[in-house]
Structures are given as C-alpha cells and as structure tokens.
Ligand binder design. Structure first.
Ligand SMILES: NC(=O)c1ccc[n+]([C@@H]2O[C@H](COP(=O)([O-])OP(=O)(O)OC[C@H]3O[C@@H](n4cnc5c(N)ncnc54)[C@H](O)[C@@H]3O)[C@@H](O)[C@H]2O)c1
Length: 369
C-alpha cells in the first residue's frame, strides 16, 4: 500500500530560489509532441540540464536544436548513451519503444523515466523493473495526474478519516469523438491498444494511487471498434484520422477486482455516443465519497448530507504537473526521496489495463497474477 501521508505536504512547499549542488545530465529519447512539454517543464527545474536527445526523425532533432539549443542529437540511442553518457534518460517515444529504450538506458548506467503508459504489457514492465534493479538504477513512470491538486485534496481527506474503507471507484476517460489524427495512436502493434491504454491510463493511475494501490486480482470487460476504422463523416475536433491503419478500440468498458474487495470500473473511449466528454473518477467509501471533477467530497456532517467543494486549490494548469513529476524523479535520484510513481506502480496499472484487454479477448473474466 502507498504511504500517501508521506507525500501530502509536498504541494505546500513554497517554491523559492533553490540551491542546487549537482545538476543531472538529462537526455530525451523521442522528440515529438510530449517531449516539448517536458522541455518546457525542465526549464523550471534547476536540478536538470538537458545534454542530448535522440529521435529516428532528423527533423525532430532539428526542432530540439533550433528551439531548445540541444546540439547533441542522435538517431540511435546507443550512440547517445555511448557518446554523451547522461545520468538520466527520459523516454518520450510511442508506447512500443518504452521498454527497449529503458532497458538500454539502465544497462548503460542511466536512471530512466518513461512516459505513460509504462509499456505495451505487464511482461515488458517487469523486464524494465528487473533491468533497473539488476543495474541498481532508478526507474519511474511519467504518471502526472497523481500530482494533481484534486488528488492531493482526496489524499488529505482520506488521511483525515473522511472516506473510510473504499469499496468502489469508477474511472471515466470518455471522448464523444476524439480519435488522434496524428502519431500512431490507432495502431495496436505500436501502442498496445486504444483509448484505455492512452487516455484511460491517466484516470486509472491517479484513481489507483488515491485508493492506496491495492493489488488487482481479476478483470472482466469488453472492447468495441465501430467508428475509428471508417472515414470520419461528421464534424469533430480531430477529423481525418488514419482509419485504414486503425486497429484499436473505440470504447473499452471493464471491471477490476482488487485483493481488498474494492472494485474499479473503467469506461474509456475515443468515440462514444454520449452527451459530452468526461474526465473523472468517483470514489465510494464507507464514510465518504469523492468526485475528481469537480473536486467534491460527499459526506455526512451534523445530521446533514454534505457536498463539500474545495474553496481553493492550486492550479494544475500549464506544465505544472509535468514539473512535479520530473522534479520528483530528479529529487529521488539526487536526494533519495521517495518516487511517487516507481516502476512497480506502472506495472500495477498495466496489469489492470491488460486484464481488461485479456478479458475482452477471452470473452470471460480473467485472473490477474
Ligand atoms: N503524459 C501525458 O500527458 C502524455 C501526453 C501525450 C503523449 N504521452 C505519451 O508520450 C509518448 C509519445 O507521445 P507523443 O504524442 O509525443 O508522440 P509523437 O508521435 O508526437 O512523438 C514520438 C516521437 O518518438 C520518435 N520515435 C519513434 N521511435 C523512436 C525510436 N526508436 N527512437 C527514437 N525516437 C523514436 C518519433 O519519431 C516521434 O518524434 C507516448 O507514449 C504517449 O502515450 C503522454
């Protein structure tokens, strides 16, 4: 179980001029969309200095040079690791490349953080964890939603006894029509799946963290593809996706049982006939309940059922959650402070997702090891 009380004060720290004794020599592998958010966040983290990057596409290396002044760009990570010898590799490639890049990095003596999801499946996650352990390197997953001020609000309420025993959590990452029309998000062999592994993972990781990271033991669910594999015929925010290569689901629905009896329900879509997009988890406990959107605690108080909304929470806007997650990893390396999303957390989340996909393929409930 996560020791949430150990971390809940982190957001109260006032950001002052920080004295930094040592800077980590950091390198980015995969210089596409999300790496740019990492670069912006890193500019606010004095413990990190980016010394190199890698992408199979030379035009992305040029972006890193022109926009961020990163001169040392490589098309192969082996060359980057050998010539630059960074302290940390920050993996921002498509999902199917997370495992080989992390394993190569830790074997070369680097600490590694990888974007979400941790990998394609639990076997790859385990391989990454084993390689990091064998080489005595730190490994983290770039789950940023567990740093969200609303998750910290929930964590404090739980620690204060407002929630009681948690029985049920519903995770919803639902788009009415939001199939990415860039990248390889529709290709199962490169991504491992569709909305559940791509956007559902954000809600699943943060909810799983909030409920104390119980061990998943069984899953039941189904997936459906009915829009993404056809040309877009209605107005939508990202029309013209590559429907010919679309091999992932439009909608995933699942239920996961944990070893403490708690049930997680998962609803995730790129396309669903619903009123509006939903990004939420709902928690039901014996003493209180909680909604991520809109940061509301449900409880009984002095003879009345109360819906208590936060009067103030820090902003989660801009790149603040990325600053939080990258800084947590940097501090973990430099100061030995606890990692909020170590490889083991990534593996547990991957087992949840994989369990629902396996159940969908089997047409029945499946056990999770
Ligand atoms: N945390 C978040 O909120 C968030 C948001 C978006 C994406 N992501 C994750 O980030 C990852 C990348 O997503 P993106 O949107 O930046 O995709 P992208 O397609 O924009 O960028 C990926 C980059 O990786 C490069 N690449 C592919 N194979 C490579 C290899 N073998 N070696 C080096 N580079 C390689 C590509 O050329 C591309 O430039 C995915 O895992 C995605 O799930 C996370």
């Amino acid at each position: 179980m996560a020791n949430n009380s150990a971390v809940i004060t982190e957001s109260f720290k006032v950001e002052k001029e920080e004295k930094v004794n040592k800077k980590l020599r950091w390198a980015i592998v995969g210089c596409g969309g999300i790496s740019q958010t990492h670069m912006g966040a890193i500019k606010k983290i004095p413990q990190i200095e980016v010394v190199g990057c890698c992408d199979i596409k030379p035009d992305r290396l040029k972006v890193m040079k022109d926009q961020w002044g990163i001169e040392a760009g490589y098309e192969k990570w082996d060359d980057l690791l050998r010539e630059i010898k960074p302290d940390v590799i920050d993996v921002c490639t498509p999902n199917g490349v997370h495992c080989p890049a992390v394993v190569a990095a830790v074997e070369a003596g680097c600490h590694a953080i990888t974007e979400k999801p941790m990998a394609m499946n639990p076997a790859e996650c385990q391989q990454m964890i084993d390689a990091a352990k064998a080489n005595d390197r730190k490994l983290a997953v770039g789950f940023q939603y567990r740093y969200h001020p609303v998750c910290e609000m929930f964590t404090r309420a739980k620690a204060a006894g407002d929630i009681g025993d948690i029985m049920f959590v519903k995770c919803q990452a639902l788009r009415r029509r939001g199939i990415p029309n860039w990248g390889v998000f529709g290709q199962k062999e490169l991504q491992g799946g569709g909305p559940m592994i791509d956007i559902g993972v954000h809600i699943i990781e943060s909810a799983h963290y909030c409920i104390g990271e119980p061990r998943p033991i069984a899953a039941s669910g189904n997936i459906w593809t009915y829009i993404g594999d056809k040309p877009s015929e209605v107005e939508s925010m990202w029309p013209g996706w590559d429907w010919k290569t679309f091999t992932v689901e439009d909608l995933a629905i699942g239920q996961v049982r944990f070893d403490n009896g708690c049930i997680m329900q998962i609803e995730s879509s790129f396309s669903a006939h619903i009123d509006h997009d939903i990004w939420n988890f709902t928690i039901m406990g014996t003493k209180g309940g909680f909604n991520f959107d809109t940061a509301t605690l449900f409880t009984d108080h002095a003879g009345t059922m109360i819906n208590a909304k936060a009067g103030y929470l820090p902003s989660a806007g801009g790149d603040s959650l990325f600053v939080a997650k990258l800084k947590n990893f940097a501090n973990g390396i430099l100061e030995g402070t606890p990692l909020r999303a170590p490889g083991e957390a990534g593996l547990a989340v991957q087992k949840i997702i994989d369990g629902v996909y396996r159940s969908a393929a089997a047409g029945k409930e499946v056990a999770i090891d």
